[in-house]
Design a protein around this ligand. Structure first.
Ligand SMILES: [Zn+2]
Length: 384
């Protein structure tokens, strides 16, 4: 089955050009210049912008559902919600919980990985710093444990893709080395590490910074801390939450300028309230109140008031990156798609509009709102 999409503004990793695409068996088979053929089983998109499907490597929930619940129905609803907002590839992020709860959730999510609904599992915690635990249950934090980590990987049946860990904790470097040896991305975050401790974590094999700036010591001119180490090291890709709440736009620009779009990945860190109204929600074992779209731990819990994930979706993050950060469409697409795809080792299949890759596409209207989403050549939302 062949399909032609014509009259597009195609955003490739190098440029934006007028063009058209041919899609066959779920893949992009041709990229042309000009408006393209208008006959046959084509679809003219009236000069709208088309970008690669977004790749979100850090998300907990949405549409009232939550990955940490380990409930397949709820998890499928989360993935479908974010897919509607252009995330054609999503990683399911768990939060700190008991070994039993993590094992149960990982094995339920592994089923969804095998069905192609999500692209992997991310353990955010439990080996993170008490002083920087944010919305994680401090009672459930523990020291890095190689045997437990091995058991968690087993529960995930080869689908665990990422572990967020504080490198300064005892045995953390061993667990980072184990992760790297197993092909699991070690991500530094929720940590109280200094500059040198962070470099030790990177030397042990860490390659990602979990939501840079948030839940880690601040950048100081005499105490550069983890932020400087993570930004300047070419081995690290930094995650950024661009929701207008977590990080000031100037600091987003600073990070993206230093790391460049090739080492900067936009994430949502979304929780269940994304796509829903204000109100009370759960994030793993914690209670979260959402007011004006901002999620914070409920007052009664320890650490009450901490920001607890976001209500962001990748389309909004993309739009803000162009509008508020001033990035070009090409750079925003790198940060929303190709760079995170490369982090996951999936860039041979997804992450850019390139011949041979999956036809995972997002059609954007005038103000960059989502008009259509395609996954592997099938419209999830067909543009009008
Ligand atoms: Zn998170």
């Amino acid at each position: 089955m062949s399909m032609t999409l014509s009259d597009l503004r195609v955003v490739t990793p190098d440029e934006v050009h007028d063009g058209w695409l041919t899609i066959e068996d779920g893949r992009i088979t041709h990229i042309g210049r000009g408006t393209g053929p208008r006959n046959g089983n084509g679809h003219s998109l009236g000069g709208r912008v088309i970008v690669p499907g977004f790749v979100d490597i850090h998300t907990h929930g949405g549409a009232g559902g939550s990955y940490p619940d380990g409930d397949p129905e709820s998890a499928a609803a989360v993935a479908a919600f974010h897919l509607g907002h252009g995330s054609t590839t999503s990683i399911a992020s768990l939060v700190t919980a008991s070994p039993e709860a993590l094992t149960r959730a990982a094995s339920a999510l592994a089923d969804l990985c095998e069905q192609g609904v999500i692209a992997g599992i991310h353990f955010e915690g439990p080996y993170i710093a008490k002083s920087r635990c944010g919305a994680h249950d401090p009672a459930k934090l523990r020291e890095p444990d190689r045997a437990e980590f091995r058991a968690l990987l087993k529960a995930g049946r080869g689908h665990v893709r990422m572990l967020t860990i504080a490198p300064e904790l005892p045995d953390a470097l061993d667990v980072i080395r184990d992760a790297a040896a197993e092909g699991v991305i070690a991500a530094i975050g929720h940590c109280d590490a200094g500059y040198e401790q962070t470099i030790a974590g990177i030397d042990a094999g860490a390659t990602v910074a979990t939501h840079l700036y948030n839940a880690m010591p601040q950048l100081g001119h005499r105490a550069p801390g983890p932020i400087a180490a993570l930004l300047e090291d070419e081995r690290i890709t930094v995650e950024l939450i661009n929701d207008g709440v977590h990080v000031h736009p100037a600091m987003l620009r600073l990070a993206a300028h230093q790391a460049g779009p090739g080492r900067t990945a936009l994430i949502t860190d979304a929780m269940g309230a994304a796509g829903m109204g204000d109100g009370r929600y759960r994030l793993g074992p914690m209670t979260v109140d959402v007011t004006d779209g901002v999620a914070r731990l409920a007052g009664g819990d320890p650490g009450g008031g901490s920001i607890a994930g976001s209500t962001l979706t990748m389309d909004v993050a993309f739009r803000r990156t162009v509008r508020e950060m001033g990035a070009s469409l090409v750079d925003a697409a790198l940060m929303a798609s190709l760079t995170p795809a490369r982090v996951l080792g999936l860039d041979h299949r997804v992450g850019s509009i390139s011949v041979g890759k999956d036809a995972d596409l997002v059609v954007l209207g005038d103000d960059l709102q989502v008009d259509g989403v395609m996954k592997r050549g099938t419209w999830i939302t067909q543009p009008s």
